[in-house]
Ligand binder design. Structure first.
Ligand code: ADP
Ligand code: MG
Length: 317
């Protein structure tokens, strides 16, 4: 099977018209996106509490609206259930859905139910474009700096803890496990990023920073240099390895770019608006080179990167 990155390239070539390639499709004043969660791939039935699963399904879908700075309104939910799933599980799942949509002022507007061999959750979200504009994946320019929001916990570490052999119910209150179970969509940050007017590109981190940065590079037709010492510093602050920090998927933090000149203004305003939230400058875009991603250290030495995060079809960089 081809890797997910090449798969999207294939789809973009086959289905021209410019709707495919960003976090949401833009149609008139609407933002529309579909996401799926599949048992055995995105979650293990035995460990993932249904209440959290309902919340995460909504959160992950809303995150694509956040990535474009939009405002979410409606959700449609398709659910395939195995015959042996007890109603208690279904009720808890929908309690989670309800809590999440209430938190973000979104309505469940419809969906579909089906029987099947594995549980599959499919969500479509419809939102409005922000009056100030739209954050796109394809707007970055060479020399723009690459930033990311840095939240608490690491979803990749959380996943490993949740599914480890020595799992204990107590793990459910661990910060990394919670980041994996219920990663909040950055709707307010996304709105701010578009309203401040100096953000040139944006994506939400669903497949890991490296893989999603590669998506920004592909859409903007650029390459990127990742500041090695900077990511080492953040990883150590988060108490995870650099590899875990850069490859952790389903984080739903935002990865975006700001012009060199506008950076001080941006950081200042961000700090005022979100005093509790950390944002870090982790690299910069450069003209397109042979590869999309390189590390660079403070002495200017470049290193190539191999392997870049989670791929649904098992390919590598
Ligand atoms: P995200 O991680 O934000 O959900 P993806 O990286 O999965 O986005 O997808 C990238 C782009 O490819 C999106 O515009 C998405 O709508 C599109 N895409 C993904 N899968 C399909 C598919 N099966 N058919 C058409 N477009 C697709
Ligand atoms: Mg996305």
């Amino acid at each position: 099977m081809i890797d997910e990155f090449s798969f999207i390239e294939f789809l973009k070539r086959e289905f021209e018209g410019g709707l495919i390639g960003d976090d949401c499709a833009i149609y008139k004043n609407f933002l529309i996106s579909l996401d799926q969660m599949v048992e055995g791939v995105h979650f293990l039935f035995s460990r993932f509490p249904p209440f959290y699963l309902g919340k995460k399904a909504v959160y992950s879908t809303l995150s694509d609206i956040a990535a474009m700075g939009g405002i979410p309104y409606l959700i449609f939910l398709g659910l395939t259930l195995r015959k042996d799933i007890p109603f208690k599980w279904v009720k808890e799942f929908f309690d989670g859905v309800k809590e999440a949509i209430n938190e973000y002022g979104v309505a469940l507007a419809g969906g579909d139910l089906s029987r099947g061999e594995t549980i599959t959750i499919s969500l479509t979200v419809i939102g409005n474009v922000n009056k100030s504009g739209i954050l796109r994946r394809n707007g970055a320019k060479a020399r723009d700096l690459i930033l990311c929001t840095v939240g608490e916990g690491c979803a990749k570490v959380g996943l490993e803890k949740l599914y480890s052999e020595n799992f204990d119910e107590k793990f459910l209150s661990d910060v990394d496990v919670l980041k994996f179970l219920i990663p909040l969509p950055q709707i307010e940050v996304g709105k701010f990023l578009v309203e401040i007017g100096v953000v040139s590109s944006c994506i939400d981190v669903s497949d890991g920073i490296l893989r999603d940065l590669k998506n920004l590079c592909r859409e903007s037709n650029l390459s990127s240099l990742i500041f090695l010492e900077k990511v080492e510093e953040i990883a150590s602050f988060k108490n995870v390895t650099v590899d875990d920090f850069l490859k952790s998927g389903e984080e739903y933090e935002l990865l975006f770019s700001v012009g060199e000149k506008e950076l001080p203004y941006f950081l200042d305003e961000f700090g005022k608006k979100f005093p509790e939230k950390k944002v870090a400058v982790i690299g910069k875009f450069v003209e397109k080179k042979e590869k999309y991603l390189y590390f660079i250290n403070c002495e200017g030495k470049r290193f190539e990167i191999s392997g870049d995060g989670y791929d649904h079809f098992g390919g590598s960089a």
